[in-house]
Design a protein around this ligand. Structure first.
Ligand code: NAD
Length: 442
């Protein structure tokens, strides 16, 4: 099948590459010349495990190409996928500027169109947006087209795996032709029997927000419970295991930490709240989820602050991890950023190491912090080690070395990476989330 993917970011590049891997011919469009120059020069622009190999293979086989020319891509493709950003607007709603702008441009292109086109929206958009896209296309005089909603559920850090073996595919459409096209495109991805779920367009749009908001709610429930465990002397990790083995609950998305972040959960929760208000049907639970999530970062900062008797001026901290989660270089809404900024505001210094996100971190933190070449280089002369992201390489460090490099054997772990007994044995003072504090021998 000939496909166009408009917007070549996390979703677009992964989708385009994986579609090409299944033998489709894919043209990816982007309006960022630097990104295009890299992609046309054999360089992948994001860090995602497994992506580089697939990209190289399909780029070399000429099944995957990159352009700024929307017209060329739309003329070439039978199905056109919109993978455009929908960032949070000032009032919390999803900013649809990019989607609407491209819909208008496609509308112009389809005026004289004689061959059928399926316009598929993959961006996360409020209910009713695909209908708006359709109205724009009709108004512009487009002919021979269908619109569909095909929300994307990939997780950054597992994007290729998730795309190649999705739990489910959701297709919202209005015509049998559109369902059929998307079914045949996705069948190779669900050979193990995972479902392709067909529904109306509005339900597909809501499904995406419901999934992200529910997952954000689970994490938030655990964060609040962790705070309760700290007060009561219970251990949230044990509680997590205790409830997670109930098949009605399940084990995933129950890990407490310093709050969810990333390019999706925060903005999607807020966008759904805003849509619910627009429809006079407020999702009050989500309003609390957003509030608790923001407070979780502050709680972590307060733990650090109160350990130092509110005196952070002149203190030096080492940070392990900056990205909002492991296996990604994405820094959007990473909780590390507000926490680091609060420390800097109080006169502390920070030296950080992240295996993948340091280049992107510079966009948010500039030269307000130092960047280390490796995890141990971040440590010398620091008053404490802060763990913001649970990268695997931080799980089993040489604790003797850590202890010898730090000024004090003190760790604030925002991700519960270490075992409490181990920390006790190693002699660290160790703060984590929802578990007792270990008081070491400083
Ligand atoms: P991104 O910012 O990584 O990528 C968007 C790309 O679109 C960028 O490369 C940008 O240059 C390009 N672009 C912007 N305007 C353009 C235009 N007018 N013409 C051509 N290209 C244009 O965004 P993303 O993370 O891939 O997210 C895209 C959508 O998918 C969003 O709605 C997001 O909520 C949703 N989504 C994201 C994820 C994720 O994990 N990142 C997962 C599921 C769904």
């Amino acid at each position: 099948m000939n496909l166009a993917v408009i917007g070549t970011g996390y979703v677009g590049l992964v989708s385009g590459t994986c579609f090409a891997e299944m033998g489709n011919n894919v043209i990816c469009v982007d309006n960022n010349p630097e990104k295009l120059a890299k992609l046309n020069n054999g360089q992948v622009t994001i860090y995602e495990p497994g992506l580089e190999l697939l990209y190289q293979r399909n780029f070399n086989q000429k099944r995957l190409s990159f352009t700024a020319n929307l017209k060329e891509a739309v003329e070439f493709a039978e199905s056109v996928f919109l993978c455009l950003p929908t960032p949070q607007g000032e009032d919390g709603s999803a900013d649809l500027t990019h989607v609407i702008e491209i819909a208008e441009q496609i509308g112009e292109l389809l005026k004289e169109n004689s061959s059928y086109k399926l316009i598929v929206n993959k961006s996360t958009v409020p209910v009713g947006t695909v209908e708006k896209v359709k109205e724009i296309l009709i108004k512009k005089g487009s002919k021979e087209f269908d619109v569909a909603s095909n929300p994307e559920f990939l997780r950054e850090g597992f994007a290729v795996d998730d795309f190649m073996k999705p739990d489910r595919i959701v297709i919202g459409a209005e015509s049998e032709k559109a369902y059929k096209l998307l079914r045949s495109l996705y069948e190779p991805f669900v050979r193990q029997g995972n479902p392709i779920i067909e529904m109306d367009i509005k339900s597909a749009e809501v499904t995406k927000y419901a999934a992200n908001s529910y997952l954000a709610t689970r994490i938030t429930f655990m964060n609040e419970l962790a705070n309760f465990c700290e007060k009561t002397g219970a251990n949230v990790d044990l509680v997590r295991k205790g409830i997670g083995s109930d098949t009605r609950i399940g084990k995933r998305f129950l890990f407490p930490g310093i709050g969810y972040g990333g390019s999706c959960f925060p903005k999607d929760v807020n966008a759904l709240i805003k849509t619910s208000l627009d429809y006079n049907s407020e999702l009050t639970l989500l309003t609390l989820v957003d509030k608790i999530n923001k407070e979780q970062r502050l709680r972590f900062f307060n733990k650090i602050k109160s350990h130092f008797n509110n005196e952070l001026k002149g203190k030096k901290f080492s940070a392990w991890g900056l990205a909002f989660k492991p296996n990604t270089d994405d820094m959007r809404e990473a909780p590390s950023v507000p926490i680091i900024k609060m420390l800097l505001e109080k006169g502390a210094r920070v030296k950080a190491f992240d295996p993948a996100s340091m280049e992107n971190a510079k966009f948010y933190l500039n030269d307000t912090i130092e960047y280390a070449q490796n995890m141990y280089e971040a440590l010398p002369d620091s008053d404490a080690l802060l763990i913001f992201t649970e990268w695997n390489e931080f799980r089993n460090p040489d604790f003797k070395k850590v202890k010898s490099l730090l000024k004090h054997p003190l760790i604030f772990d925002g991700r519960n990476v270490y075992d409490l007994d181990d920390m006790e044995e190693q002699g660290f003072t160790y703060y984590s989330i929802g578990r007792r504090t270990i008081v070491g021998k400083e």
